[in-house]
Design a protein around this ligand. Structure first.
Ligand SMILES: NC(=O)c1ccc[n+]([C@@H]2O[C@H](COP(=O)([O-])OP(=O)(O)OC[C@H]3O[C@@H](n4cnc5c(N)ncnc54)[C@H](OP(=O)(O)O)[C@@H]3O)[C@@H](O)[C@H]2O)c1
Length: 336
């Protein structure tokens, strides 16, 4: 089968940073589905792993987490899906990735693909939707249709995670959503997705948020560059509020949160699959619920740019764009 991977951790402009490969097709066992991958999207985790995880000598590593596709075969213990089902999912960081024609994934972290989206537009969403959903409901513990008296600050609103978090907060809670964006196009994107307000993260955010006269910021989703914004976050967050982190910040001083008794919450969307937690099927269920919301027109895809077929050349372009930190929404690729 066709696949894209790497042998050495190299800068993206190196000729061998990503390679077109021909690999054996895997066979499903246990609760694994074998999925014929139709489309993928690219996330910052793809380039972070490429740069940090050198495969053992002589081996290749296939990247890719987000996928949409069709179930080609099922393991003997599968009960949730059957051959021919259209699915979407974000995979397991311990396993070979979705940049391959055929891919194995545990059925508990898979959802049915929204019927109203084509494969590429659907592939934009699973990883960021799981992240945003778990952050909002499992970590910050916002109640459905709750939060009428509070604001949620989304730092990095136009990024992949911010783009779906803004929508989930608007459709499923009564929070006031304050997103951050630094350019006219990223600001417009956040407003289009439903943010009530947008402030510029390159300006002094605390003063700008105070001037909005919005409900107190009881919840902060620090999605990117958290170390740079840390002092501002501690200043903005309301007493007894909650801050959730998802990125890889330089060390931050958590003592800044003590005076306000603010709690800190990590979200890593790979935790459930990595530790095979007893509740790992919650990810499959939330993907199913998100698919229903999309098919009812309550959420929209965050796909912003399509870079063509899934091959090393196009994936290199995708990695380079993501490494710039300036993308809006998600980049997708479809077909091999
Ligand atoms: N823990 C998890 O489970 C998990 C899951 C997904 C992602 N992540 C991590 O979360 C981070 C965000 O992911 P993502 O997919 O949303 O990223 P992304 O799509 O690459 O984010 C791009 C956005 O970041 C904004 N940005 C750039 N510099 C910024 C700054 N200094 N302050 C605030 N915003 C800034 C840009 O907005 P402007 O152009 O408006 O500045 C741009 O639209 C990454 O580090 C990723 O690895 C973690």
């Amino acid at each position: 089968m066709k696949a894209v991977g790497y042998r050495h951790s190299l800068p993206i402009d190196h000729a061998e940073s990503l390679l077109d490969l021909d690999l054996p097709r895997p066979e499903p066992d246990g609760r694994d589905l074998l999925v014929r991958v139709k489309a993928v999207s690219v996330n910052p985790v793809d380039f972070k792993v490429r740069l940090r995880a050198e495969p053992p000598a002589g081996e290749v590593k296939v990247l890719g987490f987000d996928a949409s596709g069709i179930v080609e075969a099922v393991g003997p213990d599968c009960t949730l899906f059957k051959v021919g089902d259209a699915v979407w999912y974000a995979g397991d960081i311990r396993r070979p990735g979705t940049n391959a024609e055929f891919h194995l994934v545990d059925e508990r972290i898979v959802g049915r693909k929204p019927a109203s989206l084509d494969f590429a537009v659907a592939a934009a969403l699973p990883l960021t939707t799981i992240t945003a959903w778990e952050l909002l409901f499992d970590r910050l513990e916002v109640k459905r249709q709750g939060g009428a008296d509070a604001s949620l600050l989304v730092i990095g609103g136009a990024g992949g995670v911010g783009s779906i978090l803004i929508q989930l907060a608007r459709r499923l809670t009564r929070l006031t959503v304050i997103a951050t964006a630094s350019r006219p196009e990223s600001r417009d994107w956040c407003l289009k997705l439903g943010a009530h307000h947008v402030v510029n993260h390159t300006d002094e955010m605390a003063g700008a948020i105070k001037a909005l006269d919005a409900a107190p910021v009881r919840y902060v989703a620090a999605l990117t560059h958290t170390d740079r914004h840390w002092r501002a976050i501690a200043e903005i967050v309301a007493p007894q509020g909650k801050v959730a982190l998802i990125d890889d910040p330089e060390p931050i001083d958590v003592r800044l949160l003590k005076q306000k008794s603010v709690s800190l919450h990590w979200e890593l969307m790979f935790t459930r699959s990595m530790f095979e937690t007893a509740d790992m099927a919650a990810q499959g269920r939330l993907l199913g619920e998100a698919a229903d919301l999309i098919d009812r027109g309550e959420l929209v895809s965050t796909a912003a740019e399509s870079l063509g077929t899934i091959n090393a050349e196009n994936l290199k372009r995708a990695h380079a764009l993501l490494e710039s930190g300036r993308t809006i929404g998600k980049i997708t690729l479809a077909g091999f």
